[in-house]
Write a protein that binds this ligand. Sequence first.
Ligand SMILES: C[S@@+](CC[C@H](N)C(=O)[O-])C[C@H]1O[C@@H](n2cnc3c(N)ncnc32)[C@H](O)[C@@H]1O
Length: 485
Amino acid sequence: MLIEIRPVARLRGEKAIDITPAVSEMIGALCEDSVDLAKVRLVCDWVQYKHNFRDVVDVRQISPGTSADQLEVAVDLRRAKDVDLRAAAREVLGYADRPDLLPRMPLEHWTAGSQSCIWDFNALYWKALGEWERATGQMYESALPGGESDARNQAAVRDLISDMFRIWDDLSERRSLPEELYVVELGVGNGNQAKAWLDEFVVMDRERGTDYYRRLHYLMCDYSQHVLDIARKNVTDHATKTSSVILDATKPTEALGFLRFKVFLVYISNVYDNLPCDDVAQIGGRHYLVETRAYLNQPDAEAIAKSISVEPAEVPNQISRLLRLGPELLAEASPDNFADTDAAVEFWRQCWQAVRLAERYVPIQGLDLYEVAPGVTGEMLRPQLEAGGDIRIHVTNGAVASFTDTIPLLHPFGRLVCHDLFTTDVMQNRTGFRGPGKYDGSVVNWCNGPLLAHIGSRKGFDVRFAPFAHRKGTNIITMTAQVRD
Ligand SMILES: C[S@@+](CC[C@H](N)C(=O)[O-])C[C@H]1O[C@@H](n2cnc3c(N)ncnc32)[C@H](O)[C@@H]1O
């Protein structure tokens, strides 16, 4: 039996938490003889997200249905003391060979993490944000690291704009600055970031007397019409300089192809960590894709069913209708189950709170056969998967797709600047839990920085990471990509 304890900071120092009772209870449950210990890996995480997709104890089959099958037993040390751990472990271990028989209500078939319906929940959150925020009384920004978007930080914005002005001044001197100056923002949220940027731009442009504002086009892009409408209202002072574009951030050239080689700044904050993501792993020298399946625990499914007057078996169907229609239309279509939109939103919130992800490890037959994103094969993951020892990493598929489809838009002197949660060293996957977690109604997943840097470098881009410079103690990292000198 192999025991892996992720060495998070909380395990060390004067205020270290005592993990001995949890580990001892888990070993006690495992030694009750329901599983073959020779095949077990016990993985102990500290899941820092208060709301997440995991039960305190989970079992994951490795190579299910083959002679090489093994079992991963996962425990969340943060919540271990809140439950009868031995009983929780005993329950899931009892189903180790047949997890399909656990008292759970599946919401989908086994699939790669990026294809899970949790991403439909995520998209619904942004599309129907107004209804959600009305119900919770809480704005989405308060769930972000630091309680507000770092893209609003005035000092950070000034630095960004002055760097860009330097480049424009240079090009202008050489009579090479185009008349039209394009800036693209992907994933605009409430538009606070656009407003902060544009307000500062005007001030700095006036101070310098450069008249760049007259030539500026700021394109606010998002896949949610609702979000774009809010953002648009927020930048009414700059109405003649801004346009709103509906697009999927994972394929920006579909809408913005006309801007190829023209954009001086692509500005992104807190979006990459919100795009669909698979996990892959190397265990015992073999490569695996982590397949997931969203489910509700039976008691949660029963409580939710009761609240909308249906049988528990009907809940998955109601959830898929919610994800297709949104709360307002769902309430209109099913007045017997939902008195009004608020009732449908309440149903949505209950489901989101309860939804969990089961996981299993399925062998990848060849890394070249696994697609990270269009035009990017799993071979790009090899250096990380084979960095030494067992490892599990995020593939960050949505962010990779977005990145590779955005850089063709950049002017040769343009830059992509992204504030987000990134790992910057593959070993960080061993030393902490990197998601997915739940932020209010959306998903958060740390992005694989070394992978983006590796892919960027193959395409002639220099990709750098630096801690966000304007707020102490933050996990936010600023990624900058530009054509290599
Ligand atoms: C966490 S908010 C960040 C908003 C803003 N940039 C900030 O820092 O406050 C994520 C934004 O990305 C948008 N978004 C998420 N996935 C997207 C996708 N696939 N295509 C376009 N926009 C997306 C959401 O609608 C939302 O506006």
